[in-house]
Structure formats: C-alpha cells, structure tokens
Design a protein around this ligand. Structure first.
Ligand SMILES: *[C@@H]1O[C@H](CO)[C@@H](O)[C@H](O)[C@H]1NC(C)=O
Ligand SMILES: *[C@@H]1O[C@H](CO)[C@@H](O)[C@H](O)[C@H]1NC(C)=O
Ligand SMILES: *[C@@H]1O[C@H](CO)[C@@H](O)[C@H](O)[C@H]1NC(C)=O
Ligand SMILES: *[C@@H]1O[C@H](CO)[C@@H](O)[C@H](O)[C@H]1NC(C)=O
Ligand SMILES: *[C@@H]1O[C@H](CO)[C@@H](O)[C@H](O)[C@H]1NC(C)=O
Ligand SMILES: CC(=O)N[C@H]1CO[C@H](CO)[C@@H](O)[C@@H]1O
Length: 478
C-alpha cells in the first residue's frame, strides 16, 4: 500500500508523507507499552518488554531540578543513556507547569521510555497525617501532572507513591495511596487519555512487603488496584548470586502475583570499590523473567549518597567504573527468548485483613474529596509546579514533631529491613528518601507554608530558594 503510493508520488508529497509519518506516534521508536498478564509488551511489535533503566534525578534532593524541562540537561544526558544501552528512565519529581515537549521527543527518538512519580516535596501523602494530606489540592497537583504527561506515548507508567510505607508503623498510609491510585485511574479514563499504567514503588520492608503487594492488587474495584508494582530492592550486593542475594525468595514470594513487577531501584553500593552489576545476568534470565520485567539501577548521577554511575560537573559528564561495568553487563545479557514464561493468570490478590501494629490499611477506601470531582469534567486547570504545598491544613503539630518523627523514621526503616543487608538497605533507604517525594512530606509542608500557593506570583526565582530550604531540611532529616 505504502509502496505503490510512494511510486506515484511527487517529491513534494513524499516529503509531506514523511512529515506525517514522523508525527504518527504509533510508528515511533517508542510505541506505547501495554500490559498483558504479569508482563509488559510493545504494542507495535508484540514483543515482551523488559525495563532496562536507570533512576534519574540529577541534583538529587539538595538541588532538586526537573531534568525533563531543561533541554541542556536532557541533551547532555540522553547520549549517555544510549551509550549505556537503556530503554527507560524513572524520574521522581517534575515541575508540571513547565514544557517537556523537547526532552520527551528526544527521549522517544532515542527509544527511551519514562516512568514518572507524580508527587512533589510539597504535594504528597504524608506519613504523619495521611488522611489530611489526601485532599483536593493534592489531587489537583497529581491530575495536572497527568494532564502534562499523558500526551507522550513514551510514558510507560506513573507511580502514585514511592516508599510511603517505609517501616512497620506506616502501613496506614497505604489506604490513602491506594485511594490516589483509584483517583488517578478514574481521572485518566474520564479525560479520555491513553490507559497509562499506574503503580506503586515499594520499600523492601520485611514485615510488610508481601502485605503491601497484596493490598495494592486486591479488591473488587479494578480502578483501585495498581497496574504494575515496583520494588526497591538492594539485596544483591557485589559478587552475589540468585541464591545468596535473596532474589530466589523474592521469586517465590511473588510467583503468583498477577501484575508486572520490576525493580524500581536496585544497585547495592556496599562494595569495596565499584559495583560489578552481575545481578543483570539474573534479572534478565529465565530464572526471573516469569515474574520480573527488568528494573532500574539507582541511580544515574552521583549525589551525596554515592550511588552514581556518572559524575556531573556543569555540562560535563564523567562515566565512572560503575557505568562501564553496567554497560558491559547490559551488552552481554540479552532478554529471554519468546515471552519469557510470563503468566496470564490475572488472579487478583486476597486483601490482607486490618491488624493493629502489623497492617493498618483499610479495605474500605475513603471517598475522593468532593472538590476534586470538578477536575474530571474540565481537567485539573493551571499546573502549580513545585511551589505548591498541599499539606498546610495538616500542620497542627509543629516542627518539634516533624524532626523527631522524621529522624526516628530513618532509624525505623534501617532496623526493619532484612538483616543480612540491613546496612546496605539503610543506605538505600535514605538515598531513596532523598529523592522520594513522600519522605519529605511533613518538613516540606511546614517550610512551604510561607511561599506556597502564591499561584500567579510563584515566579521562577522562588523555585531554587524553595528547593534550597527543602534541601536543608532534608539533610537535617537524613
Ligand atoms: C499510523 O501508522 C500506523 C501503522 O503504520 C497506521 O496503521 C495508522 O493508520 C497511522 N495513523 C495515522 C493517524 O496516520
Ligand atoms: C543545580 O542544578 C542546576 C541545573 O543543573 C545547575 O545549573 C546549578 O549549578 C546547580 N546548583 C548547584 C548548587 O549545584
Ligand atoms: C475503615 O474505613 C471506614 C470507612 O471510611 C471507616 O468507617 C472505618 O472506621 C475504617 N476502619 C479503620 C480500622 O480505620
Ligand atoms: C513509628 O515508630 C517510631 C518508634 O516508635 C515513632 O517514633 C514514629 O513516630 C512512628 N512513625 C509514625 C509515622 O507513626
Ligand atoms: C552508606 O554507604 C557509605 C558508602 O558506601 C558508607 O560510608 C556509610 O557508612 C553507609 N551508611 C550507612 C548508614 O550504612
Ligand atoms: C518514523 C518512523 O519511525 N518510521 C518507521 C515506520 O515503520 C516502518 C515499518 O516498520 C519503518 O520502516 C519506518 O522507518
């Protein structure tokens, strides 16, 4: 069909055809990724899709920057992604008021998908006041981020939360995170967007990792169930193995899980020198492909917690030994052939019962705050960027409470995580806390009450100052 029209076309129509082809997103280098059973598939080729990715937030928490809104930054880094051989990045925080067209197109041309966390330091579910933080202003921020990113075919999925449950006494937050999952999925439908998968990225907490996985994939309301599950797992350290690392136990734990699972953070850095990344050989093998769909290495840039693959200095990127090791592992390891033994069981999990001190999430979700229903009809309206704080009304307790609960929170996570790797995970927990939006909740909200919600007047100049103050608090917390 195409050929015959080409032969009879003039050069002018040929050129026009090329333009229209380039604009045809179903024929791009990043066709939409779809979910069947517990796996991802390329909607065009029909091939199974495995995430080969890195977590990407250059600047980290101390200089929080939206790397997809700054063309100098994404142009600097995309060739490095290509050299590494990845197909996906995960970004923890973006500014939904900025333009992302150019970076998203450059990523797409490079064959790279985005997994995006929808929270910001000021707009997230609070571990300390979860019910209060689940409010219409917060949902406006989440929905506006969806409005900004839904048009990009290379958005692989959205995370409704990252490590909000990060200890054995934060399980009550799951109720509100699950309500956010439900609201996001309903919003995507109401706005007639592509069915972008919505998921949750879980901390590896021994006491509740199974309960959390089940909870987010249970119940009769399909909208309230996640579409994909990310696990932040630092259990493979150095020259480990499938058996020794604990990956084998994770395979048993999740073997009947009906949704795609992937490592949303991995790359233990408790090693004498550079990380060998031999776990790549296990992750992309048939030992794991029936359950896992790849993962994302934490993290691209070297920040204070020293998990970087590259060192960034202005516009200069220096590839570290970790980068070279990971690159050669990726080059060495191809994906399993065929469908990798994925499952189409589609059997949802059984909801865990409420149990005081163990699993305090509620199987009856709160109704969406009524003021948020207006967004379903006409969209979320003006995106408020990263200036907004949506927890002001939750600030009944003051800083004293903030600092004590924050620091104990760090201690709690390190002590509850699997003992064999506790130091690695405590490091990783604080590292992901650094980039995690949810972690900052209470400190963010108290800080930002001075500058927040200054809608129109929230100029670009205020942003760095705001982030700087946040960063200081974070450093204090960590
Ligand atoms: C886009 O490309 C696909 C496959 O080549 C084709 O089937 C479809 O009709 C095209 N859509 C548009 C809007 O051009
Ligand atoms: C923060 O990040 C921006 C964007 O990459 C950069 O221009 C600036 O120099 C960084 N600031 C610090 C203090 O590192
Ligand atoms: C669970 O939610 C329902 C409805 O919001 C509420 O009535 C009930 O008290 C909650 N139960 C617990 C244990 O929080
Ligand atoms: C969790 O437990 C610790 C230790 O008992 C406590 O200090 C902290 O405030 C608790 N966190 C939350 C969110 O309740
Ligand atoms: C985190 O890792 C660094 C470097 O590997 C190490 O020096 C530090 O002691 C670790 N911190 C914890 C809390 O384990
Ligand atoms: C712009 C673009 O990606 N075009 C591709 C569309 O699909 C055909 C057939 O698969 C390719 O040959 C084109 O390069």
């Amino acid at each position: 069909m195409l050929l015959s029209s080409l032969f009879t076309s003039s050069l002018a129509t040929l050129a026009a055809l090329k333009v229209s082809q380039a604009a045809n997103s179903t024929n791009s280098s990043t066709p939409a990724i779809e979910i069947k059973g517990n796996a991802f598939f390329d909607s065009e080729s029909g091939d199974r899709f495995y995430i080969r990715g890195v977590d990407y937030q250059p600047g980290g928490s101390s200089n929080l920057t939206d790397p997809l809104a700054d063309v100098d930054i994404c142009k600097r880094d995309i060739p490095v992604f290509q050299d590494l051989g990845i197909n996906t990045i995960r970004v923890y925080t973006v500014d939904n008021s900025l333009d992302h067209d150019e970076c998203m197109n450059l990523l797409s041309n490079a064959g790279i998908y985005l997994i995006l966390d929808v929270n910001t330091p000021g707009a997230s579910i609070s571990r300390w006041e979860p019910a209060c933080s689940y409010n219409a202003d917060y949902l406006q921020s989440v929905f506006a981020t969806i409005d900004t990113f839904a048009k990009y075919e290379n958005v692989l999925g959205l995370f409704a939360g990252n490590e909000v449950i990060n200890s054995d006494n934060t399980t009550d937050t799951a109720t509100y995170v699950k309500a956010v999952v439900r609201d996001m999925k309903k919003y995507i439908k109401a706005r007639d967007y592509r069915q972008i998968p919505v998921g949750y990225s879980a901390a590896d907490i021994v006491a509740n990792r199974q309960l959390a996985a089940e909870y987010f994939n249970c119940g009769d309301d399909a909208d309230a169930r996640i579409d994909m599950f990310g696990v932040n797992d630092y259990s493979w350290c150095g020259q480990s193995s499938f058996m020794v690392s604990g990956y084998k136990e994770k395979m048993s734990l999740y073997q009947d899980y009906s949704l795609p699972i992937f490592l949303s953070e991995f790359g233990c850095n408790k090693v004498p020198s550079s990380r060998p990344f031999t776990e790549i050989e296990a992750i992309y093998s048939t030992e794991m492909s029936s359950v896992f769909s790849g993962g994302l290495v934490y993290e691209y840039s070297n920040e204070a917690n020293k998990y970087g693959l590259v060192e960034i200095d202005g516009d200069k990127v220096t590839k570290l030994t970790d980068f070279e090791n990971l690159k050669s592992e990726y080059a060495k390891v191809s994906n399993p052939s065929g469908d990798g033994g994925y499952s189409t069981d589609n059997k949802v999990s059984t909801c865990p019962d409420y149990e005081k001190g163990v699993w305090e999430a509620n199987n009856t979700l709160p109704d969406m705050p009524s003021a948020a229903s207006a967004y379903f009809k006409s969209g979320a309206g003006e995106p408020m960027g990263t200036i907004i704080s949506t927890q002001e009304m939750c600030d009944s307790d003051d800083e004293d409470d903030d600092s004590s609960s924050s620091s104990s929170n760090t201690i709690t996570s390190s002590s509850t995580v699997e003992s064999s790797t506790s130091s690695a995970v405590s490091n990783s927990t604080s590292s992901s806390t650094a980039t995690s939006t949810s972690a900052s909740s209470s400190s963010a909200s108290s800080t930002s009450s001075t500058s927040s919600k200054s809608k129109g007047s929230a100029g670009a100049l205020e942003v760095p100052v705001f982030f700087h103050v946040l960063a200081e608090l974070w450093n204090y917390v960590i």
